[in-house]
Design a protein around this ligand. Structure first.
Ligand code: NAD
Length: 492
């Protein structure tokens, strides 16, 4: 069985003061690995090591382009070690092999290369100066930062925290979810091989309530970049106030795909299904609400139902599989509960709605049928709460204004997608929808250069793009007086 431990100062530890927690393969329900968790003493050691590494001459004298070169080597190492990363991520999350090989591994390398190229392009501004002064702003690293990761895209999220953090000149301590630590651990091993000084990328393992909490409370961690649930994000935001830490929160979503009658319905249906069911719906930007214009609703539902029959769900090792299991037992139970309750609330199950029964070896996994719900009202639980599972709630609308109102009626504001051939309408929709990113006649393109700035309860700050890099920098302003005769205000 695989055994992993925290990586502090380049060394993987098989004792870190905490307990040992099993890692489960969600496709089979089997225990596949054991992880050694950090107690507070070992979190302190990780922070101490990161602080020393950040302050070292080696790191302080490394130029931004040399930091970029380390990241370029890391991207190559990710590609060279793709098979190992795929195997670990597949066992840990049950993601289909095609999704990992064709999507997540290339995206991870792409994110790292994007920030490698941006490392020497962090630019301040020269301001309109007067009174014999020269005025400018500049960006500096925070020092020691932490990246706290969710379980839905472990490797991609690790790259999304590590690459901009080190490109900006910080030292980072990563903490993956206790449910999915395997590929992140392999990734941090590769950071050491890529040439980052020891301690610049450290890894802590453990539960959020213990290891995560210690990281949040540590006074030497100056910036928290968190991706996870809104409830935990709120808690972290409150605690961070004590030391006035900078906090970036990428949280939940209840996003809508809006399909107007004039849209290309075939393409819109494909976009609806990939958005709702890729990664079994465990995706923050997933559109788990479909708002469809009433005049085409019956036709569009029929297209969805027909296409859904072609979706391949099952063994993640099978190259043809498109959808795997739920990643954790608790998320599986939550999604099943929403499915069960939806019928009591008056929704109609158009397709799916149950546990998926597969063959012997997969029978104990966390499998759910992709589910289409109709007869949904905009204020029902399935239409307002983030399920984070393969459940699409279909709601009809009659006017553009109604579509906007329903879309904006939820507490979240992460993403949205609009399908129409009317270009004026698409511009009006972009203006009116209160979400961080909107795709028009498109679904989920633009990574990693396009940023995702969460609105409302979906978070604060911004991830991805050059904007995401700047969230790992603190700003400084300077005013230099060069005119010896210029007054200073008082002449006492
Ligand atoms: P979660 O909030 O339960 O956990 C996220 C991370 O926080 C884990 O590493 C966990 O160990 C840690 N944690 C938990 N309690 C903590 C505490 N008190 N102090 C410090 N750390 C703590 O979320 P999850 O269940 O792992 O992920 C699913 C959620 O993440 C969904 O709501 C989803 O929408 C969201 N998500 C958002 C984005 C985004 O970019 N907006 C991306 C992926 C996932």
């Amino acid at each position: 069985m695989i055994k992993i431990g925290p990586i502090i100062n380049g060394e993987e530890l098989m004792f870190a003061g905490g307990d040992s927690v099993d890692v489960i393969n969600p496709a089979t329900g089997e225990v596949i690995a054991e992880q050694i968790c950090c107690n507070s003493e070992f979190v302190d050691k990780a922070v101490e090591s990161s602080k020393k590494a950040f302050e070292s001459d080696e790191w302080q004298n490394m130029s931004p382009s040399e930091r970029g070169n380390c990241l370029l080597r890391l991207a190559v190492l990710v590609e060279e070690n793709a098979e190992e990363l795929i195997t670990l991520e597949l066992q840990d999350t049950g993601k289909p092999i095609s999704q990992l090989r064709g999507g997540e591994i290339p995206l991870t390398a792409q994110i790292i290369r994007f920030y490698a190229g941006a490392a020497d392009k962090i630019e301040g501004k020269v301001k309109a100066s007067s009174n014999g002064t020269f005025q400018f702003t500049m960006y500096e690293p925070y020092g020691v930062v932490t990246g706290i990761l969710p379980w839905n895209y472990p490797l991609v999220n690790a790259a999304l925290k590590v690459a901009p953090a080190v490109a900006a000149g910080n030292a980072i301590i990563v903490k993956p979810s206790v449910d999915t630590p395997l590929a992140t651990t392999a990734f941090v091993r590769l950071c050491t091989k890529a040439g980052f000084p020891k301690g610049i990328v450290n890894l802590t393992l453990g539960r959020g309530s213990s290891t995560g909490q210690c990281l949040i409370e540590h006074p030497d961690i100056k910036k928290i970049s968190f991706t996870g649930s809104t409830a935990i994000g709120q808690k972290i935001q409150k605690q961070a106030v004590e030391h006035m830490k900078s906090v970036n929160l990428e949280l939940g979503g209840k996003n809508a795909i809006i399909v107007f009658a004039d849209a290309d319905l075939d393409k819109a249906a494909d976009a609806t299904l990939i958005s709702a069911f890729v990664n079994s719906g465990q995706l923050c930007v997933a559109c788990s609400r479909l708002l469809v214009e009433k005049s085409i609703a019956t036709e569009f539902e029929a297209i969805l139902k027909t296409k859904l029959k072609n979706l391949k769900i099952g063994d993640p090792m099978d190259e043809d599989t498109q959808v795997g299991p739920m990643i954790t037992k608790s998320q599986y139970d939550t999604a099943l509960k929403y499915m069960d309750e939806s019928e009591n609330d008056g929704c109609q199950i158009l397709s799916g709605g149950k546990k998926l029964n597969l063959n012997d070896s997969l029978n104990n996994g966390f499998w759910l049928e992709p589910t289409l719900l109709t007869n949904v009202n905009a204020d029902m639980k399935v239409a307002t709460e983030e399920i984070f599972g393969p459940v699409l709630s279909i709601i009809t609308f009659e006017t553009e204004a109604e579509a906007v109102e329903i879309s904006n009626s939820v507490e979240y504001g992460l993403s949205g997608s609009v399908w129409t051939k009317d270009s004026m309408r698409s511009l009006r929709m972009i203006k009116q929808l209160d979400t961080g990113i909107i795709w028009v006649n498109n679904m989920m393109d633009g990574y990693p250069q396009i940023s995702v700035p969460p609105h409302k309860m979906s978070g604060t700050g911004v991830e991805l793009g050059t904007e995401g890099l700047l969230t790992f920098c603190k700003q400084k302003s300077a005013v230099i007086g060069y005119d010896e005769k210029a007054p200073v205000g008082w002449s006492l």
